[in-house]
Every structure is written in structure tokens, then in C-alpha cells.
Design a protein around this ligand. Structure first.
Ligand code: NAD
Length: 477
């Protein structure tokens, strides 16, 4: 399948290098191919977004919303087919991939609904006859940079609010998953999005830095690794440009002694191994109350060992491959290092030498928190466990990380759960469910080094994608 860049309403090949995405289960199979944009074409994309900005901002919110609803219908219509493409390109299982595509449609509809919600505030004034209005306006041209691991839902949760609130967009997806980016852009253009409102450019770091540094791009929303996110924050800081970054995680699941252990073990495995552990909110650290540690770890390890790993398009497969050879090698090196540092594999631990970029679901019994594994995001199907003496120590261990995206805690004690809400340094907390998962209508984003700037999703997205004007509305004399 050939994919094209979209600039100013025209689908173009691109003047840069050729690229192709591969099926991570069968790496010899090319899924999509295309050409990156040149620097000149990034310029053109920004110029097109700038030109389209006044018209789109002036379009009534309900008309903008109608485009999002029409696009959502197209995404839903093709969810099964695009889900299969997503599974072939990224490696998550077919049911997860179809659910992701449907999730993108749901997000577009949610942001279409913003047209019907309140969009400003009115305050009283101490001056007779005056009111103070706070109105919201689009930011202008926004640059969106997205990662590989949710090829359609993360773009949708940036593009949806960007367009709904009247911004125009220059979007650079991950070049590992170009096909789903193409599909989403196709749906939005077929739904009637005017030329230049959404510009899709394929490229690598150089295209990303060009968008971030371009004076014609007014704000940047980035999701990806912490290292790249920090560089984006630094550059935007230099330029005085509003920026929102969602970055890496090292998410903990805490299982306390009073938890339902069967349920906790199942949820820990879902958190650690669904999407092959390639979720920013995946569970990678497990903190277990020492009284139940052996029992819980035995169940987690047994479940991990039973997981059916294989081609994500096949029925019954529970975990697919990692996205690339580099990802597989990074995960495998991380496990080797953990074992050298004293970790004991309770499940997995070795390499999976099949043709595709597979890694075995791995459960490590860690010698403590001094190991590199505790602090470094591997972004693969590996969870490392330590034991805690009591709730206080468990909470402290969970906070022993520079990251603060998501956490899970399993307990039947409401007081303990509420204490965890106060104490855990995270942006998302799951009580008695896995650390991964998010609904589109509530804020999403990380604490500490996992997130910077306003949160995403729900009404929170409005903070980033609009700017307020405070209007002192006096009565005419
Ligand atoms: P990545 O940082 O390698 O790439 C993300 C995007 O940034 C890609 O489009 C990439 O081409 C682009 N990019 C690379 N260098 C750049 C630069 N110098 N300037 C501008 N853009 C540049 O991340 P990835 O491997 O695609 O995704 C996995 C990472 O994303 C993990 O760390 C994961 O935790 C994180 N993630 C976070 C969230 C969240 O919401 N917190 C969600 C999903 C993924």
C-alpha cells in the first residue's frame, strides 16, 4: 500500500527519502511505503495551515463538529479493515487494534460534542452595567507529533480537539506506522475538511524539529519518549512556544495483602502484556505485600507462561510482537542486564527466536530497587516485582521513580485506597484495575517526568488548544 503526504489539500509523494513499514510478525512483508517530506515541504505544510487558519477559526463550531462526526462514521465503517491493517503494522492483536480504531471514532465524536457545551464564562463586575466575559479562541496553527504505539487513537485525541476548537494542524506521525495515519487523514478529508486545515507530513526527527522550531507553528503537542519530549520542551522554552508533552512511564501496580489475588494477577498481566507492553501506561513494576508475594507471583508467572504469543491477526493470539527489531533488541538487552544485576526470571526471560520481532512475556523477581530495570522504561512485555512490608513501604516504593504516569493499587480497604489517591505521585490511578486504559472524556496525562503542560483528553484538552480573552463588557454610555 502506498501512502502519501497531505499538504494544502493535495496528496503528494514527498521529496525526501523512501520509507516503508514492515509487519513485525513477518518482517519481510512490507505493509506501507511512501516518501518523507523535504524541509521545503514542511514549510509548505505550515504555510497551508496558516492560510487555512482564519477561515477554519471563523467556521461555526457546529460546522466544524459536523466534519468530525462524518469522519467518525467513516472510521467506524472501516474499523475492522483498518484494525487488521493496524495489527499488521504495529503488532497489537486484532481485537485490540479494532478497539483502538473504534476508540478513535469515539474521540472524534466526543470533540464534535464540544460544539454543544459551554465555551466560556461570565463574571460579575463591581462597575455598574458591566460584565466580564472569558471567551475562548483557537491558538492558531498547532504542530502535532505522535508515537508509534497507538497509531490512530493518540492522533485522534490530538487532532479531534485541535480541529474542534478551530485550530489548523501540521501533523507528523511515527514513520513506523504510516498507514493508520494515512487512513485517519483520508477519513477527515473525505468528511469534508477544507484544504490546508489538516496537513500530514511523514518524516523522522528532522521533520519533527522543523515543525517544533517553525515560527509559523504556534503550539506543539507531543507524545513519545521522555528523551525526545524533553528536547521538544527545551526548544519550545527557547522560543516561548506553548507545549504539551506526554512522555514515558514506569508504572507500578501495588498488590496489598487484602486484595483478591486472582483478580489482581489477571489485571497485572493485562497491564503488563496487552499490546506487548507497548503502552505508556503498561505495568512494568509490581510491588507486592510480602505476606502474599509468593502466592501472587506464582499466579502472575503462570498466567504469563500460558499467554499465546504469535501473529496478531490469528484467532486466539493474546500477544503479538514488538514493533521493530530495535525494540526487540532493547527489551532483550534490558532483561539480560536485569538478570546480571540479580533478577530471577519467574516466566520468560530469554529470547524468542522466531522470524518476527517477538519477546517472551517476562516476570522478574527483582533483588531490590537498585537495579537499572526499576528506573528505565523498557517498553516491552516485562514486569519486575519487589516485596513490600506494609502499605507505607508499598506506596513509597511506587513513588521511587522519576516517572509518574499511571499506577494501579489492589485492595479491599477504602481508607487505604483513598490514602493512595493522596500519596501516589501519578497523573492516572486505577484502584482494583490494571494501570493501562483511559476514557476519552476525562483528563489524561502524567505527573513528574511523564508529562509537561496541560493534560490531554476530555475538557482538559481545551486548556491547550484554546486561548482565553478576558473581555470587560461595559454598557454603552
Ligand atoms: P519517540 O520519542 O521515539 O517518537 C515520538 C515521535 O517523535 C515520532 O513521531 C518521532 O518521529 C518524533 N521525533 C523523534 N525525534 C524527534 C525530535 N528530535 N523532535 C521532534 N520529534 C521527534 O517515541 P516512540 O518510540 O514512537 O513511542 C514510544 C514512547 O512514547 C514511549 O516512551 C512511551 O511511554 C511514550 N508514550 C507516552 C504516552 C503518554 O501519553 N504519556 C502515550 C504513548 C506513548
Amino acid at each position: 500500500m502506498d501512502v502519501l503526504n497531505l499538504i494544502g489539500g493535495r496528496w503528494i509523494e514527498g521529496e525526501g527519502e523512501d520509507f516503508a513499514s514492515a509487519n513485525p510478525a513477518w518482517p519481510a512483508e512490507v505493509v506501507a511505503r511512501g516518501r518523507f517530506v523535504s524541509g521545503r515541504e514542511v514549510e509548505r505544510a505550515v504555510a497551508a495551515a496558516r492560510e487555512a487558519a482564519p477561515g477554519w477559526a471563523a467556521t461555526p463550531h457546529h460546522a466544524r463538529a459536523a466534519v468530525l462526526v462524518a469522519a467518525a462514521d467513516l472510521v467506524d465503517r472501516d474499523a475492522e479493515e483498518w484494525g487488521a491493517e493496524l495489527a499488521r503494522e504495529e503488532g497489537k492483536t486484532l481485537p485490540e487494534a479494532i478497539a483502538e480504531v473504534r476508540g478513535a471514532a469515539r474521540i472524534l465524536r466526543y470533540y464534535a460534542g464540544e460544539a454543544d457545551r459551554e465555551s466560556g464564562e461570565i463574571y460579575a463586575s463591581p462597575r455598574p452595567g458591566e460584565n466580564v466575559l472569558v471567551v475562548r479562541k483557537p491558538v492558531g496553527v498547532v504542530g502535532l507529533i505522535t508515537p508509534f504505539n497507538f497509531p490512530i487513537v493518540i492522533p485522534a485525541w490530538k487532532i479531534g480537539p485541535a480541529l474542534s476548537y478551530g485550530n489548523t494542524v501540521v501533523w507528523k506521525p511515527s514513520s513506523l506506522v504510516p498507514l493508520l495515519a494515512y487512513r485517519l487523514a483520508q477519513a477527515l478529508t473525505a468528511a469534508g475538511l477544507p484544504d490546508g486545515v489538516l496537513n500530514l507530513v511523514y518524516g523522522e526527527a528532522d521533520a519533527g524539529t522543523a515543525i517544533v522550531g517553525h515560527p509559523g507553528v504556534h503550539a506543539i503537542s507531543f507524545t513519545g519518549s521522555t528523551a525526545v519530549g524533553r528536547a521538544v520542551i527545551a526548544r519550545c522554552g527557547e522560543l516561548g512556544k506553548p507545549v504539551q508533552t506526554e512522555m514515558g512511564g514506569k508504572n507500578a501496580a501495588i498488590v496489598l495483602a487484602d486484595a483478591d489475588l486472582d483478580h489482581a494477577a489477571e489485571q497485572v498481566c493485562l497491564g503488563a502484556f496487552r499490546s506487548t507492553g507497548q503502552k505508556c501506561t503498561a505495568t512494568s513494576r509490581l510491588i507486592v505485600a510480602s505476606q502474599v508475594a509468593d502466592e501472587l507471583l506464582e499466579r502472575v508467572a503462570a498466567r504469563a507462561a500460558r499467554l499465546v504469543v504469535g501473529d496478531p491477526l490469528q484467532d486466539g493470539v493474546e500477544m503479538g510482537p514488538l514493533v521493530s527489531a530495535a525494540a526487540r533488541d532493547r527489551v532483550s538487552a534490558g532483561v539480560v542486564r536485569a538478570v546480571e544485576e540479580g533478577a530471577k526470571p519467574l516466566a520468560g526471560g530469554g529470547r524468542d527466536d522466531r522470524e518476527g520481532w517477538f519477546a517472551p512475556p517476562t516476570v522478574l523477581d527483582l533483588p531490590g530497587t537498585g537495579v537499572d530495570f526499576w528506573h528505565t522504561e523498557l517498553f516491552g512485555p516485562v514486569v519486575g516485582a519487589v516485596r513490600a512490608e506494609g502499605t507505607e513501604e508499598a506506596l513509597a516504593l511506587a513513588n521511587l521513580s522519576d516517572h509518574g504516569l499511571s499506577a494501579a493499587i489492589f485492595t479491599r480497604d477504602l481508607g487505604v485506597a483513598l490514602n493512595a489517591v493522596e500519596r501516589l505521585e501519578v497523573g492516572v490511578l486505577h484502584i482494583n484495575s490494571e494501570s493501562a486504559g483511559t476514557f476519552p472524556y476525562v483528563p489524561f496525562g502524567g505527573a513528574k517526568q511523564s508529562g509537561f503542560g496541560p493534560k490531554e483528553q476530555g475538557r482538559a484538552a481545551r486548556e491547550f488548544f484554546t486561548q482565553t480573552v478576558t473581555v470587560y463588557l461595559g454598557a454603552p454610555a
